[in-house]
Design a protein around this ligand. Structure first.
Ligand code: DAH
Length: 350
């Protein structure tokens, strides 16, 4: 019997040495200590022994059992450590103390140009107003002389909400509220209304390089006694020359918008060729930039201002378009892409 135990021990330590991983060790454990394991088998053989022999042999087998279990446990710890070391070695080397590679955020090009325009208009005495993106049909259309079923509504494919409100299709939607806000000061204290209101606009456009369903405009209005088209031209020319840092020429062409009369398309001399004619301006020497006009009497009336006594101009600058021209951005979709790679190129101005 003793020789059997000695043999088993030898066999066990040889196998233990060969074990390469924790899975091998588990197999060895089952082989020796499992229900049908070799050590367990030894105990079964005790049946034929005398009481004295049983006692001595039982003790030895139990010792063997403990020895095997301890050896397996010790080797398991060793192998686990080795496995962790191996895993660490196979990992790519990196320095955990190195500072993270943080991409710094930057202002969106629309924000940059918007702020620049705001600054310019502020120095000319304009208030900068903020306005909501969700507006009523009245604000967006009715108050701007675009009654229900007017064909001009077709030009602005509108997102309606289920409650009848809508996402504003143009910043002109804020005009009515601005007139109402400032008319008392105008009428009682002779303070001209001078305000700009930049904002996000929405139209259900099929998107391509030139069209987006979400874009920015900047509306401006000035109302006082004796405001004329020459005031409009002066403010637009001053503002645009500042934005482009060039002395630009501007011209007006007739344009139709129900909320202005007369209405115009304002062009600037081509930024690329200076007016000589080039492919960018389709050889005309001019770039279309900003629709504008003299505020329609009905629109003034809706704002509570007497058109017999007061007049004013309004313009709807395409801020997104201005940004694209200023930075030479060819695809409007880049602006809403959220791509830092694209957008961070325009931070130099700040
Ligand atoms: N709201 C017009 C549009 O988005 C643009 C516009 C035209 C605004 C003429 C004006 C204006 O203030 O006078 O199509």
């Amino acid at each position: 019997m003793d020789s059997k135990i000695a043999l088993l021990k030898e066999e066990f330590s040889a196998e233990l040495k060969k074990a390469e991983n924790t899975a091998d060790l588990e197999a060895i454990r089952v082989k020796y200590l499992g229900k049908k394991g070799s050590v367990t088998d030894l105990l079964k053989e005790m049946r034929d022994l005398s009481v004295e022999e049983k006692k001595a042999f039982g003790q030895k087998v139990n010792e063997l059992k403990a020895e095997v279990a301890d050896a397996i446990a010790a080797r398991t710890t060793e192998l686990k450590e080795l496995e962790v070391l191996k895993e660490i070695e196979s990992m790519p080397e990196f320095d955990v103390s190195m500072p993270a590679n943080i991409t710094e955020g930057s202002y969106h090009p629309v924000t940059l140009v918007q702020r620049q325009c705001e600054q310019i208009f502020k120095t000319m005495g304009f208030n900068v107003e903020d306005y909501s993106e969700i507006v009523t049909d009245y604000e967006c259309f009715e108050a701007l002389n675009i009654p229900k079923h007017h064909p001009a509504r077709d030009m602005q494919d509108t997102y309606y909400l289920t409650n009848g409100q809508l996402l504003k299709t143009h910043t002109s939607a804020a005009q009515n509220a601005i007139y109402k806000k400032y008319r008392d000061a105008l009428i009682n204290d002779n303070v001209p209304i001078k305000a700009i209101f930049p904002g996000r606009c929405f139209r259900n456009e099929a998107t391509d390089a030139c069209h987006e369903n979400t874009f920015f405009q900047m509306e401006g209005v000035m109302v006082d006694k004796d405001i004329s088209i020459s005031n409009l031209i002066y403010f637009m020319k001053t503002m645009l020359s500042e934005v482009f840092q060039k002395d630009l020429k501007v011209r007006l062409r007739p344009g139709f918008f129900p909320f202005v009369e007369p209405g115009f398309e304002l062009d600037i001399s081509c930024l690329i060729c200076g007016g000589e004619g080039c492919p960018s301006c389709k050889h005309s020497g001019w770039l279309e930039l900003c629709p504008c006009g003299m505020i329609h009497p009905e629109v003034l009336k809706a704002g509570g201002i007497d058109p017999e006594e007061y007049s004013g101009f309004a313009f709807g600058l395409g801020l997104t378009r201005l940004v694209m021209m200023k930075y030479g951005i060819k695809d409007i979709r880049d602006l809403n892409s959220g791509s830092l790679k694209v957008l961070s190129q325009f931070t130099d101005d700040e």
